[in-house]
Design a binder for this molecule. Sequence first.
Ligand SMILES: NC(=O)c1ccc[n+]([C@@H]2O[C@H](COP(=O)([O-])OP(=O)(O)OC[C@H]3O[C@@H](n4cnc5c(N)ncnc54)[C@H](O)[C@@H]3O)[C@@H](O)[C@H]2O)c1
Length: 378
Amino acid sequence: MSVTKPKHLMLSVRVPSEDLSYPIRVGDGLLDRLGEEVVAAQDGAKRIALITDDNVVKLYGDRAVAALEAQGLAVSVHVLPAGERTKTPENLVALVTELVKAGLSRRDLVVTLGGGVVGDIGGLAAAMFMRGIGVVQCPTSLLAQVDASVGGKVAVDLGPGKNLLGAFHFPAAVVIDTAVLSTLAAEELACGLGEMVKHGLLFDPEHLADLTRNADAIFAREPKTLARLVAHSVALKAACVSRDPLERGSSGKGRVALNLGHTIGHAIEHASNYGVRHGEAVAIGIQAAARLSEARGLAAPGFESRVRVMLESLRLGTELDMWLVGERGAAVRRALSHDKKRLGSKITYIALADVGEPSTLSLSVDEILRLLRPQSGD
Ligand SMILES: NC(=O)c1ccc[n+]([C@@H]2O[C@H](COP(=O)([O-])OP(=O)(O)OC[C@H]3O[C@@H](n4cnc5c(N)ncnc54)[C@H](O)[C@@H]3O)[C@@H](O)[C@H]2O)c1
């Protein structure tokens, strides 16, 4: 008797490519138009879960709810404690459970109102609830407006590190009201400025010049200037994520370039036990990238000093040398070595040949620290 071998059947499923584009509106006073923007983003939504934090809700909660209700939407408000410690898996599950209790359906929407913390955990809750419902991001810190809300990355933190549990979940729309920056603390403004400088250095010398020319207007929260500069910075980030939406590229002007300033920046955050804020650490990391690029002969002599003058004119810290010597230097080395262990034998380091000319290097920790050797003083 002959036995026929089972044949394995091979089938493939084709998924038509989706249009992942979404509108980003930037303007002075847009919060009062949030309802219209939400309806335009997803016609047919009836319920909105407004996710915010306990600082922002006091300042802008009522206006956001009024704008949504004016369009006939039923709003439930979910308030999280402000701060990075909120981004936990436990809070994520609790939030998704609240969405169930609020009676949201697949056609309804999450709206996040707050800084990057609220955008990240609220966006991830939207991505997880019923396998994903739409989210409209309404960022209120400068960092969230120019960086976190654009690009679709959402996440919470795990014990071993930040943003380790996350997803790409592109928003249905991003609504940026630059008028809300009037209540943002100066240190938080500086954090966002660090990222704006990064966008200018990577992609556009004119944006950089515009920022430094307008430092006083920025710190005075001059509405028209802020709206123009934020829109420009967002456009630069949006163009970058459009070239490489899922961060697949390993060099060039794709998403990897957005790590400019982040290698040393993360190490300083870690070495300071998070006493130095992310944006401030990134600014020092940007100075480091300029020094390393010059020391390696990639950028022309004087590049570091050009970048330093520009950072200082925007009131951003340039205390790089302090982080390269003594106990602090040892802690930075340990943090970099930990990064290297996680990522393989070499670190991908974003350097600059000039403003607008990023370059991806692969360097060991020793090579990085040798190139960054403290300056003897000038
Ligand atoms: N998803 C991404 O692509 C991305 C990119 C960069 C950063 N992030 C994440 O973003 C987070 C940092 O974001 P952040 O700096 O906005 O922090 P945050 O959300 O903690 O906000 C900073 C502080 O400002 C307050 N605040 C926000 N808007 C305000 C306003 N208009 N007036 C007064 N106070 C206001 C907040 O309550 C908070 O106390 C981090 O968790 C980081 O991992 C995500």
